[in-house]
Design a protein around this ligand. Structure first.
Ligand code: UDX
Length: 452
């Protein structure tokens, strides 16, 4: 018997990273997915998607204690055989940009089915990003409806948002900076806190546990993603100010701003805009939610508009250098939404390509060290995909840096001159030394213009 047994319903980034880390620390985990292939892979100790260090942890568990991490295709069984259930399903964006809670809903039903036949107290924890009210009014109510059991009496209900960033999910799971626990009552929160006191041990000396109600906990997650997105759009707005007169460098400006003890410099890098699976989805979700309650967010509207406009702006910069782009070969260096991943969700490259197509540019070639294949799934034949930087630059009349991969940072002005037909370069991520590049190339960079 293990001290803690947890079912994890949903095997995406949050679910599987938690499952792997928990099971590696003597917690009995029953993960659950309806995808049989995925379940088989997990049971074979193989990560079904790439995330730094996930595979290694899964292998360790498989080698040392395989019964600790099992994946079922039967969520009801997973709930019945554990004491705590975590809902880690995706909450995608609907076509109207509001949140799609259908996976949360069906999982709540499955938990309800299990609790109908379970006598023991069970704790249900929502870990997915959900708009305020969802845990109490959707998850809690559905479980009660299906099981006939009462929250706060027969089962506990908690909400614990996660703050994982892709590429850092394992590190963020093992060493969070805070743990937010919302509870329908003290008992629900206490039970989850007790588990984390066991799991994190000494780490809690530098990681506060914040206790609050369900709705506040739900809003914390949006508070984070909206503020981080706002910081980026704020830096991009200032980058646009910086370009109004010669010789301002946005990177130096934001460094100066970020050193204020009340702020910090993180997420103040101006560029071609944010992407990824969370920022757009979550900013849009909370914006749509607040509108449905009668309040229209002007701030978040601006955050999204500024972000979209950066893609148009970078194409304008390219036209300033190269003239009308239609009929010319244009190169995009970097396609993924950030370095270190092949994830193309909401990537800035997609918006840039769409803008180029609008301007009748048809000869676009992209190169990404990791994301060529996923980019092809996303953008198909809208662009061509090069196998190397050299191939991407060959005969090109303008190159745009879209993702700040290390291998692009190593390029010198001579590399662009050597391979391109005309060496026009737009640095959309501020990776190059402005002085050195402007000397040798026809060059523009976000948030920086030359001294005239
Ligand atoms: C983000 C949050 O960081 C994480 O806490 C949350 O749980 C999920 O969403 P992620 O989407 O993995 O994580 O990536 P992140 O590293 O935050 O970057 C998001 C986007 O912002 C990237 O496209 C990145 O290029 C962009 N970005 C980031 C900037 O444009 N400027 C910056 O200063 C920082």
């Amino acid at each position: 018997m293990y001290k803690y047994s947890i079912s994890i319903l949903g095997t995406g980034f949050i679910g599987l990273c938690s499952a792997a880390c928990f099971s590696n620390k003597d917690v009995k985990v029953l993960a659950s997915t309806h995808n049989e292939n995925k379940a088989k892979m997990i049971n074979d100790g193989k990560a079904p998607f790439f995330e730094a260090n996930l595979q290694e942890i899964m292998e360790e568990v498989k080698k040392n204690n395989p019964e600790l991490l099992q994946c079922l295709t039967d969520p009801v069984k997973a709930v019945l055989e554990t004491d705590i259930s975590m809902i880690t399903q995706g909450t995608p964006m609907r076509n109207d940009k509001s949140i799609d809670l259908s996976f949360i809903e069906s999982t709540a039903r499955e938990i309800g089915e299990a609790l109908k036949i379970k006598d023991k107290y069970h704790l249900v924890v929502v870990r997915s990003t959900v708009v305020p009210g969802t845990t109490r009014n959707l998850v809690g109510k559905i479980i009660t409806e299906v099981s006939g059991k009462e929250p706060g009496k027969d089962f506990g209900l908690s909400m614990q948002p996660e703050f994982l960033a892709e590429g850092r999910s394992i590190e963020d799971t093992l060493h969070p900076d805070r743990i937010v626990i919302g509870g329908i009552d003290n008992k629900s929160g206490d039970m989850l806190q007790e588990f984390y006191e066991y799991f994190y041990g000494d780490h809690l000396q530098i990681c506060p546990i914040l206790r609050m109600n369900l709705e506040s906990a739900e809003l914390v997650k949006y508070g984070n993603n909206c503020l981080l997105s706002t910081k980026i759009s704020y830096a991009n707005e200032f980058a646009n100010f910086a370009e109004l007169v010669p010789n301002i460098d946005i990177a130096q400006v934001m460094k100066g701003v970020g050193l204020d003890y009340r702020l910090n410099s993180r997420f103040l890098n101006a560029g071609v805009g944010f992407g990824g699976s969370c920022f757009h989805k979550d900013v849009n979700a909370i914006k749509a939610w607040s509108k449905s309650k009668g309040y229209t967010s002007r701030l978040l509207e601006a955050v999204l508009d500024i972000n979209d406009d950066q893609a148009i702006h970078i194409v304008d910069m390219a036209e300033e250098l190269a003239g009308k782009l239609a009929g010319k070969k244009i190169t995009l260096l970097g396609l993924a939404f950030k370095p270190g991943t092949d994830d193309m969700r909401e990537a800035a490259s997609i918006r840039v390509v769409n803008e180029l197509l609008k301007r009748n540019v048809t000869d676009i070639v992209g190169y990404d060290p990791k994301a060529n294949e996923t980019a092809e799934v996303e953008m198909g034949k809208k662009i061509k995909y090069a196998k190397s930087i050299t191939e991407a630059l060959k005969d090109s009349e303008c190159a745009l840096i879209i993702t700040e991969w290390d291998e692009f940072k190593e390029l010198k002005p001579e590399d662009f001159i050597k391979h391109m037909k005309t060496a026009n370069l737009v640095d959309g991520r501020r990776i190059y030394d402005y002085g050195k590049f402007i000397e040798k190339l026809s060059f523009r960079a976000i948030g920086r213009t030359a001294l005239k």
